[in-house]
Design a binder for this molecule. Sequence first.
Ligand code: NAP
Length: 345
Amino acid sequence: MASIEVSNKQVILKDYVTGVPKESDMLIKCTKLPLQLKDGAQDILVKNLYLSCDPYMRGRMKNIASYFTAPFTPGLVINGHGISKVVISNHPEFKQGDLVAGFTGWEEYSIIPEGRGMRKILHTDVPISYYIGALGLPGHTAYIGFFKVSSPKPGETVYISAAAGAVGQLVGQFAKLHGCYVVGSAGSKEKVDLLKNRLGFDDAFNYKEEPDLNAALKRYLPNGIDIYFENVGGDMLEAVLENMNIFGRIAVCGMISQYNLEQGKGIKNLSQIIIRRIKMEGFLEPDYAKTYPEFVEKVKGYIKEGKIVCMEDITDGLENAPAAFVGLFHGKNIGKQIVRICDDK
Ligand code: NAP
């Protein structure tokens, strides 16, 4: 019997990207996909519901090995984390109708070889989009970066850059639950207001309005910084190093200000690491797969008890995915940037 063919819109990377990514670096291609799987392999065919826009994907648009996975291939569909529904399964662990989270294509339907990298979503008592946000890569990153890398103690002072983003918003809320004094920075008044009035940060400031970041940090953190959660790098890192307390910790999560530069900015005052006996540690979420179950259990509990707020910025339509992704590099997103292809109804 002939299989049904569905239309399958895809986001294609045109070519490797230099500088700040643009919508025109990607194109939308209309293709068709037969709703069938090859015999023999334990593949699954999924309908994609939500896609995650993540800064690391920028690294995959260069023709060099990036820290997460291989570069994208120009001319082919790009991929990343998403939430999908199983349409056909040849895999014993997945059945039709299962909701799954994991690596998928930026397209309407994807075939996932051997179901690789897909986790079944077992609990739908929170919005399923959270599994690419607060309960996915950004949430887990915030959790390990704060609790495992930063060695926090109640009463300590925590500073977070890109604080109104997917990771930053959660780091701040975890730090408040832990009894810390929390200050964040972000790139607009609206974000600063949200940090202070909705997410419970003790203070926040708009770094774009501060001509002297060192002076701003002294003003907002007069007792110095015990923990810096680094999301941006560059000038901010230089200013932070002048404001760290002795035996402070810097959890180096990301350096988004450097991702579009051909030549990264040199940091002039690294000697402060010695003078102030700072522990600075880079970390990557995939190295902490073992803590994922503990993290989901704990953070789902916080969400259900109303102890944390999960801000999502949802863009509708696959055709708007390039703009949503590019927006990350202009600070357009408030909270976790997601693309909704369709909901799970
Ligand atoms: P996000 O904060 O939701 O989005 C990126 C934000 O960065 C933007 O909204 C913008 O906010 C800010 N930004 C963009 N360009 C900037 C620039 N040139 N200088 C300063 N700020 C800039 O992204 P996210 O998913 O939470 O990721 C935050 C950081 O964590 C990124 O560096 C990412 O690469 C990293 N990360 C690391 C891991 C890991 O395993 N280590 C995992 C996930 C994410 P403003 O309005 O504040 O400018």
